[in-house]
Design a protein around this ligand. Structure first.
Ligand code: SF4
Length: 355
C-alpha cells in the first residue's frame, strides 16, 4: 500500500499554544488544581491525557471553586463567561487563539458603530457561542443559505459578515455568495476570518486526494476542522473516514485500495497519526510518501495572563517557549521504524490557491 501523508496536518499554532498553556500551568502550579473551561482543544486524546494528569474540564463557571485557576480554551469565551469568572475571583488564563480573538475584535468594532453582523458558522460551536456573546443584540448566526429569509435586517448599508475560523472554504463561499445576492451592500471582513491552518489543511487534501483511493482523517467528531477535511475529500469524489485513532480502523474499508491519503485535524497529536501509519504498514506493507504542500511557520507567544501568573510565581516567562514539534519528527520516526519513505514537494496549480 502507498500512504500519502499530507503536510501540513495536525497541530496549528493556536493548538500548540493552548496545549502548552495547560502544560506550563501544571508545571508551575504544583498541587494546585487546574480547571479548563470546555475542552482545551477538540480532541478526545488531548483531553483525556490532561485528565490523567489531574486537569478538570468544566462546562460551567459554577463548577469551579472560588479563587481557582481556570483556563479559557482555544475556542474563546463570551464576555458573560469572563464576568462570571471575575465574580468568583478566578485566576483566568486565556488560551483563546489570537485568530479567534481577531474575529471577536471585529465583532466588537462593528457592533460599536451600530452595524449588524451576520456570523457565518455553526450555531452551537463553542467559538461561535463566544463570538456571538460579544454583541448578542447585533449578531445573527447564518449556518446555511436557508437561514437568509429569516434574518432581520434594519439597514442593509450597515451590514457586515464575519465567519467562524474553521469553516469549509467551499461551504463558506456558497453562503457568502448567497448573502451578497440577498444583500448587495453587505461588507466583507477586512481579511478572511477562516484561519491559515484551516485553509492550508483543506487545500492540501483537495490537492492530493484525487491521487488516492481512500482518505483517512485523524480527528475527533467534535472537531470542526477535522470533519470539514473528511467532507472535502468525499465531496471531491474520494471516499473518506474520520477516526480518532488506529483502533477505529476497519480492514473492510481497504478492499481494492492501493493508495491512502492520511491527514489530521488541527487539534490532533502527531503520535496518533504515527499509530495509524504503523497499523496500515503492519497489515498491508508498503511505503510512505510525505507530500509537502505548505511549510507553516506560524507561532504564537504565551498569553499575557499566563506570563503575569508566571511572574507572580517567581518564574521568568522569557525563559519559557511554546513547544513546537513539527513533522520533522515524523521523518525521524519513519526512519527509526524502518518504514520506506520519501518526501515530495507539491506545487499547486493557480486554481488551487496558495498561502
Ligand atoms: S484552527 Fe485556526 S483559529 Fe483554530 S486554533 Fe488553530 S490557528 Fe487558531
Amino acid at each position: 500500500m502507498k500512504i500519502l501523508l499530507a503536510n501540513p496536518r495536525g497541530f496549528c499554532a493556536g493548538v500548540y499554544m493552548a496545549i502548552d498553556v495547560v502544560d506550563q500551568l501544571l508545571d508551575i502550579c504544583g498541587d494546585e488544581k487546574v480547571f479548563v473551561y470546555h475542552e482545551i482543544v477538540h480532541n478526545r486524546h488531548v483531553v483525556q491525557r490532561f485528565r490523567d494528569r489531574g486537569v478538570t474540564f468544566v462546562e460551567g463557571i459554577d463548577e469551579v471553586p472560588d479563587g481557582a485557576i481556570l483556563v479559557f480554551s482555544a475556542h474563546g469565551v463570551s464576555p458573560a463567561v469572563r464576568a462570571q469568572a471575575r465574580a468568583k475571583r478566578l485566576v483566568a488564563i486565556d488560551a483563546t487563539c489570537p485568530l479567534v480573538m481577531k474575529v471577536h475584535a471585529e465583532a466588537i468594532r462593528y457592533a460599536k458603530r451600530g452595524w449588524q453582523i451576520l456570523l457565518v458558522g455553526h450555531e452551537n460551536h463553542q467559538e461561535v457561542v463566544g463570538t456571538r456573546g460579544e454583541a448578542p443584540e447585533a449578531i445573527q448566526v447564518v449556518e446555511s443559505p436557508d437561514d437568509i429569509p429569516g434574518l432581520v435586517i434594519h439597514d442593509p448599508a450597515k451590514l457586515v459578515y464575519l465567519t467562524q475560523t474553521t469553516l469549509s472554504l467551499d461551504d463558506a463561499t456558497v453562503i457568502i455568495r448567497a448573502l451578497k445576492q440577498a444583500f448587495p451592500l453587505i461588507h466583507e471582513p477586512p481579511s478572511s476570518d477562516i484561519c491559515y491552518a484551516t485553509t492550508n489543511r483543506q487545500t492540501a487534501v483537495r490537492a492530493i486526494a484525487p491521487e488516492a483511493d481512500f482518505v483517512l482523517v485523524v480527528g475527533s467528531t467534535n472537531s470542526s476542522n477535522s470533519v470539514r477535511l473528511t467532507e472535502i475529500a468525499t465531496n471531491d469524489g474520494t471516499p473518506s473516514r474520520l477516526i480518532d485513532d488506529a483502533a477505529e480502523l476497519d480492514p473492510a474499508w481497504f478492499a481494492g485500495v492501493q493508495t491512502v491519503l492520511v491527514t489530521s485535524g488541527a487539534s490532533v497529536p502527531e503520535d496518533l497519526v504515527h499509530g495509524v501509519i504503523e497499523a496500515l504498514i503492519d497489515r498491508f506493507g508498503g511505503e510512505v510518501e510525505q507530500r509537502d504542500v505548505y511549510d507553516e511557520r506560524v507561532e504564537f507567544g504565551l498569553p499575557g495572563t499566563l506570563r503575569e501568573l508566571m511572574r507572580a510565581r517567581g518564574v521568568d516567562p522569557d525563559t519559557r517557549r511554546i513547544r513546537i514539534d513539527r513533522e520533522a519528527d515524523t521523518s525521524a520516526w519513519l526512519s527509526r521504524k524502518h518504514i520506506p519513505n520519501r518526501t515530495v514537494q507539491v506545487t499547486l496549480r493557480e486554481s488551487e490557491g496558495s498561502r
